[in-house]
Write a protein that binds this ligand. Structure first.
Ligand SMILES: [Fe+2]
Ligand SMILES: [Fe+2]
Length: 366
């Protein structure tokens, strides 16, 4: 993919410039567009980490319909195993921008294998968080508050804002790139699966996540700016090879919730937690970047979230969650399941990084 392939047509650009870009900045648009499209290429195949990911990667290198025999999942932890996490991640990436023939997206045999992986993933989630879901007699939105308040563990944002090194901050952004370079896309799969107030609320949140239709304000683009400011490669999928299973599990969770209508309420619970727990950590990550003289452009992703997520938290809780449950009250347990699952996997992720750094290791796969 070359810069030329995606450069705006000069003649067309001259015609539309005064009509469309008067109030933004055509030059900024042009630079951003050229830069992003230059760096956005079709993800290549990562290295296999074991039999499960090898099966998927080998298949994706061939034509659809050729999956063949698949290995047993074995006695692993689906929430942290590298091989398992990568296999499921690659199955889900076919619905975003995955490598391989696009027809693999709906290949029946690969979907069957994915379902096997998902079943192991969900069983382990249930095992881990069954006890964590509050069984209160009051409203689900209040139970959600309790769940968030009750989640405990060390804070990565506090560590990075107070004593983390620049290299650790860069590692953190590499981990987060797996989600944040496609920020908002998994939740967007939920929009057609909701109705009424819940749908309207999710659309309002998502509209902001996509920069209100302005490429230069899209949160995924702002995160790419942060990566560039840290001298990291902001190309989509460029760090998959170094992401451990605990990181891949956080992305697999939201992809699974987004891609299954059956999990629409869990997706709502997941998004609600994201929005309701964002403001303070985002402020701390911005301060962590400032400690290393990263300027406003590189910190904008975090600063924007401090502003906008204060509002998103209210929309998510009081309109999206409440709206969903007034339409479909039987989905309350699923909302809490999604919320508990993201809180648990995020804490596992944080613990993994801090444990690695405490003993002086990198948290990335080497
Ligand atoms: Fe965002
Ligand atoms: Fe948000």
């Amino acid at each position: 993919m070359t810069k030329q392939d995606f450069a705006p047509d000069p003649l067309l650009a001259e015609l539309v410039r005064p009509l469309i870009y008067e109030t933004t900045s055509y030059e900024r648009f042009e630079q951003t567009t050229t830069r992003r499209f230059t760096k956005t290429s079709t993800p290549s195949f990562p290295r296999p980490r074991g039999p499960l990911s090898d099966t998927v990667i080998s298949a994706l290198r061939r034509s659809p319909g050729s999956l063949g025999e698949t290995p047993p999942i074995g006695d692993i932890d689906p929430l942290s195993d590298d091989d398992f996490g990568l296999a499921l991640y690659l199955c889900y990436e076919l619905h975003y921008r995955g490598a391989g023939d696009v027809e693999w997206e709906w290949d029946p045999e690969l979907l069957r294998f994915r379902a096997e992986l998902e079943s192991a993933f969900v069983n382990q989630l249930r095992e881990e968080i069954g006890h964590a879901i509050p069984r209160f007699s009051y409203e689900v939105s209040t139970a959600l508050d309790e769940l968030i308040r009750g989640s405990s563990g060390p804070s990565l944002s506090t560590y990075l804002s107070e004593s983390g090194t620049l290299e650790q901050l860069r590692e953190f952004c590499i981990h987060r790139s797996a989600y944040q370079l496609k920020e908002a896309d998994p939740h967007t799969f939920g929009i057609p699966r909701l109705t009424g107030e819940a749908k309207a609320a999710m659309v309002e949140i998502q509209y902001d996540e996509y920069g209100s239709g302005d490429l230069t304000h899209m949160h995924s683009e702002l995160f790419a700016d942060t990566m560039a400011a840290l001298d990291l490669d902001p190309s989509y999928g460029s760090y998959v090879d170094v992401l451990p299973g605990v990181t891949l599990a956080t992305v697999n969770l939201v992809s699974m919730f987004g891609l299954h209508r059956r999990w629409r309420a869990a997706l709502v619970g997941h998004l609600a937690v994201f929005e309701m727990t964002s403001v303070e950590p985002m402020g701390r990550y911005s301060r962590a970047l400032a400690r290393f003289d990263i300027g406003p452009e590189g910190r904008r992703f975090y600063d924007v979230h401090v502003d906008v997520d204060a509002l998103h938290a209210v929309i998510a809780r009081d309109r999206m969650v409440v709206g969903l449950l007034s339409a479909e009250p039987e989905l309350g347990p699923d909302v809490l399941f999604g919320a508990a699952a993201v809180l648990m996997l995020e804490q596992r992720f944080v613990d993994y990084l801090l444990d690695a750094w405490t003993v002086g290791h990198s948290s990335l796969v080497t």
